[in-house]
Design a protein around this ligand. Structure first.
Ligand SMILES: [Cu+2]
Length: 499
């Protein structure tokens, strides 16, 4: 079972260039399956950069911390029994997956000691926080790598409030045991003054895929995308999927009572797979995206979560029974992607019903008004698949024809507002993440919008998405595709403050 959910049925409305992705019958969802035949031009292999990839280097470790930290995390190997007779060996935090729930107060300084008991250098990124570059946890910004056997103290003042998360920011390249292929992720809740909405119970649900392997993509591409330049690169596929480290039916169900309002915080902590979820008989009232309250809370039957995205949704429990909250794809549910929702006093086999097909549309949660502020400067960034470099297993990715690390930073000035125009010239989806800043999504395709604040935006194949951010947090800032496979192979760029 491979590559199943990456290219989900999430086309933004009104883009005639996109086709539904389809399976080839073997369960393999093709990398190119979104590409229709006409008018697609991808960068040719002549654009390959001349230099080989360089190992990323971190800064030297600062002096070891003194005194007890507020929180401690230990990076170490662990075994997880994700289903009956199914055990995966991985690396996690404090021996569990997801790692411990960290609840921090907005504006209250915190210290977190991270001990690396694994065999490889690692680093923890505090995803969605506006903190300094040295503590943000990206070596490209200057945060130190934590060498094997050592302890590093992170010190920062968490903000803004909302559903954040923490995860490894180590590169994996072709070692699929490392980086976000592993179990190194956990919820990081920054509590502010405001409670978002009344609810009776809260449940945090983290999605992950396990046992990754290389999948050659040439054969399937040849079938479906004869006009797209072929590459010899591989894709990554998975054997299992879990919610909170249990395959569907293997863990404890979500136990609810009729009439309850349940706040679900959902996190896609997969390394590479986007997911689409539904809970038959129920709707999700989407309150926040990536932890930030949306201007227009709205009930939907189907939730889409690209890699690294979060959704906070209220579910009213008004349909008694035993249900499957799971992937809308049967094959993904068979891999384990789901969890049982059980009403008090109800028994029986969990029920799944396919929801009506629907396109995921970010704009429904935003204001339909155009952004009121104009940008001081606009950067147009075009993403392309440049094929595998030399004997690399995976394709190289480019932003305006350059790949990390041979790519100049975008220069910004403090206090100014910048517009980033993401043009996806490839057949893959790209969940683009901006570190240390929150951006406002201002246009998807031809549709203008405002008020939707995020730190990851999924850019569909051949689509264009525009986001604005204010340069209000000086320090080196990484922008990258959150697909581990893409960021490891060139899909990163720094934003630097001048002056
Ligand atoms: Cu990508």
């Amino acid at each position: 079972m491979v590559g199943l959910e990456r290219r989900m049925l999430l086309q933004p409305k009104g883009d005639a260039q996109l086709q539904s992705s389809k399976s080839d019958g073997s369960g393999i969802m093709n990398r190119r399956s979104f590409i229709s035949s006409a008018g697609v031009l991808l960068a040719s292999s002549s654009l390959h950069a001349a230099m080989p990839f360089q190992a990323k280097k971190g800064s030297p470790l600062p002096a070891q911390p003194a005194g007890k930290a507020d929180h401690t995390l230990r990076i170490d190997s662990c075994s997880l029994e994700i289903g009956p007779g199914v055990t995966v060996e991985t690396i996690g935090y404090n021996g569990k997956v997801p790692g411990p729930l960290l609840r921090l107060r907005e504006g209250v300084p915190v210290t977190i000691d991270v001990t690396n008991a694994s065999d490889d250098p690692d680093i923890v990124h505090w995803h969605g926080l506006a903190i300094d570059s040295l503590n943000d946890g990206a070596m490209e910004e200057g945060s130190p790598m934590i060498s094997a056997g050592s302890t590093h103290r992170y010190t920062f003042t968490p903000k803004p409030a909302g559903t954040r998360w923490y995860h490894t920011h180590a590169a994996a390249y072709d070692n699929l045991k490392l980086g976000t292929y592993s179990g190194q992720f956990g919820f990081l809740l920054i509590e502010g003054k405001d409670q978002p909405a009344h609810y009776d119970q809260e449940i945090n649900l983290a999605i992950h895929h396990w046992e990754p392997s290389f999948v050659p993509m040439v054969e399937t591409m040849r079938e479906e995308s004869s006009n797209v330049p072929l590459t010899t690169g591989s894709d990554v596929g998975y054997k299992y999927a879990t919610i909170n480290a249990h395959m569907l039916g293997a863990g404890e169900p979500i136990r609810v009572k009729q009439g309850e309002r349940v706040l679900m915080r959902l996190l896609n902590a997969s390394a590479t797979e986007n997911v689409v979820l539904a809970l038959p008989g129920h709707t999700f009232m989407v309150m926040a995206t990536d932890g930030n309250p949306v201007p227009n809370p709205k009930k939907v039957e189907v939730l889409s979560l690209a890699v690294a995205e979060r959704v906070d949704a209220i579910v009213e429990m008004n349909s008694p029974g035993v249900w499957v909250l799971g992937s809308t794809l049967e094959k993904a549910r068979e891999m384990g992607l789901g969890i049982v929702v059980e009403y008090a006093g109800k028994t029986g086999t969990p029920v799944w019903k396919d929801p009506a097909p629907v396109d995921w549309d970010y704009t429904q949660f935003a204001s339909s008004a155009a952004p009121t502020q104009t940008a001081d400067e606009t950067f147009i960034l075009t993403f392309r698949d440049n094929g595998p470099k030399r004997d690399a297993k995976f394709d190289t990715w480019t932003i305006n024809n350059k790949s990390w690390p041979e790519i100049e930073p975008l220069m910004v000035q403090q206090g100014k507002r910048y517009r980033l125009v993401f043009r996806n010239g490839s057949g893959d989806q790209h969940p683009i993440h901006l570190h240390r800043h929150t951006f406002e999504v201002t246009q998807i395709g031809k549709k203008q919008m405002s008020g939707l604040m995020k730190d990851v935006i999924n850019v569909m194949p051949l689509d264009t998405v525009q986001v604005d951010f204010v340069a209000n947090n000086p320090g080196d800032t990484l922008m990258h595709c959150h697909q581990q496979l893409h960021m490891d192979y060139g899909f990163m760029q720094l934003i630097k403050y001048s002056g």
